[in-house]
Ligand binder design. Structure first.
Ligand code: GLU
Length: 479
């Protein structure tokens, strides 16, 4: 059997991490089996359609390096890949289902449906359609604005469907209501369109959110009525915050593209999301897309909720930054550095060597790319003030000016190498009979304005003697 997996988002907003995690499972299964990763846009709910949402979905997949084998932008033999362009296909099944007694037109008004729902709720009964129009033989037309088409659930029976993780699940048909296949506007519901499309697109596996589990028996009944074999279903668990509450801003952004803005690397996001709700069965968690694809199996998807832990993502992103060749890090940081006004397109006014030197020094210390701005600004910008908390500690003592001046004097004369700089600082400390920290911290604050950063000697070396001396002078003046 050829493996064809579809990612079927609705273009109703920004690409949510949960939705993209499902897409990652789709992609991994497809790549594991050398199968196809298909993108299908489920745009039949016209009231929820958001302009630009499709571009954002495709943009997110692209950013994450997930190549699409078939879809709106990629083409393919099973298109069109927008459901809104597939209406004639859905309509082909309408007559068949009506003739078979498995679907019927219903002209109940939204007001009536609302009324019966409220009555059912008041009586604490299960809510659902009361089958009023069943057997009335109403004549409707798709999109006539009056009728919906409903599926006729066979009463008094049970339905068993299979979930790849949970096994067989049986429900009583009487718990299911005659759900809508076509809406008044002539567009199909998710249930109708997705079943037909999964069949017509020869989909072998469907990964979808757990919230669809309760609809799965309806789909099984629909497949049976249409006489078609369902794909394999895998209902994937939701993603929660570490407090086990619904994922929200408090836990980190829910929109994948925001992570791009926040300076995360796509390979880290992909790795991180792939491990939410799926266990690779390895000790090592840092895994490339190719490794993940090789390891991916449905059986190791969990049935319990996955946890989105931003601390883990930060750790992982830092690991990816550290593992990156310096040249790549420079290239990744380049657009941001030019946006911050640090460099132009040709690394000027600093030159590539200087910029690369700074990146090398910062590589160990960055968790995200944008952190560079707050942690390394002093390599590229002058600053007017010193971190007040740091200043309280580092710029204190009656002899602070003496210590800074003595260090300045040594730094002015020492050989401008990391070793030479270190010697100058240590000799100054000895001269004052104090620990090296008493010189290192004030100098750090004087030259960077902040109290934390890369190794001081390397940092001074890159900044250059002229700038270091000038900044120490400025600090002395401010004291
Ligand atoms: N369009 C559905 C959604 O966005 C897709 C569910 C599925 O993958 O079948 O929830």
């Amino acid at each position: 059997m050829s493996i064809r997996v579809r990612f079927a988002p609705s273009p109703t907003g920004m690409p949510h991490v949960g939705v993209i995690r499902t897409a990652i499972f789709d992609w991994l299964l497809a790549r594991h089996h050398n199968g196809k990763f298909v993108l299908r846009i489920e745009d039949t709910d016209r009231s929820r359609y958001v302009e630009g949402a499709v571009d954002n979905i495709i943009g997110a997949l692209k950013w994450l390096g997930m190549d699409i084998d078939e879809g709106p932008s990629a083409g393919g033999d099973y298109g069109p890949y927008y459901q809104s362009e597939r209406l004639p296909l859905y309509y082909r099944y309408v007559k068949y289902l009506i003739d078979e007694g498995r679907a019927y037109w219903c002209n109940c008004t939204p007001e009536r449906l609302d009324k019966i729902r409220k009555e059912q709720q008041a009586k604490k009964m299960p809510v659902g359609y009361d089958n009023k129009c069943w057997n009335l033989g109403l004549n409707g037309e798709p999109g006539d604005g009056v009728h919906v088409l409903r599926f006729a659930i066979p009463p008094g029976m049970t339905t068993t469907f299979h979930d790849e993780l949970r096994g067989d699940i049986t429900v009583d048909n009487d718990e299911l209501d005659d759900f809508v296949l076509l809406k008044r506007d002539g567009f199909p519901t998710y249930h109708f369109a997705s079943c037909i499309d999964d069949h017509h697109m020869a989909i072998s596996h469907v990964f979808r959110g757990e919230e669809w589990l309760s609809s799965a028996p309806k789909h099984k009944l629909l497949y049976d009525a249409l006489g078609i074999e369902p794909p394999k279903f895998v209902h994937v668990p939701v993603i929660l915050g570490p407090d086990r509450k619904k994922l929200s801003k408090r836990h980190g952004a829910a929109n994948v593209l925001e992570y791009k803005q926040m300076g995360y690397l796509p390979e880290a996001i992909f790795n991180f999301l792939a491990l939410i709700g799926w266990n690779p069965g390895t000790e090592d968690e840092i895994l490339s897309k190719e490794q993940l694809a090789e390891l991916f199996t449905v059986e190791r998807i969990n049935t319990s909720a996955g946890i989105f832990d931003i601390d883990k993502l930060n750790w992982m992103n830092g690991e990816y930054i550290r593992a990156m060749p310096l040249e790549s890090l420079v290239e990744r940081l380049r657009p941001a550095m030019s946006e911050w006004g640090w460099i132009d397109d040709g690394f000027e006014p600093w030159g590539k060597e200087y910029v690369a030197g700074v990146c090398a020094l910062m590589q160990e210390r960055l968790k995200t790319l944008v952190e560079m701005r707050e942690k390394a600004f002093f390599f590229f910008e002058e600053f007017e003030s010193y971190d007040p908390k740091g200043a309280k500690k580092a710029f204190k003592g009656d002899d602070i000016i003496d210590r800074l001046s003595a260090a300045r004097e040594k730094l002015e004369k020492t050989e401008w190498t990391v070793v030479g700089i270190e010697a100058a600082i240590r000799e100054t400390a000895e001269k004052f009979g104090v620990g090296a920290g008493k010189i290192i911290h004030p100098i750090r604050l004087a030259v960077s304005g902040i109290s934390a950063g890369p190794g001081l000697f390397e940092m001074l070396h890159i900044l250059g003697r002229k700038k270091v001396i000038a900044r120490i002078d400025k600090a002395i003046e401010s004291l």
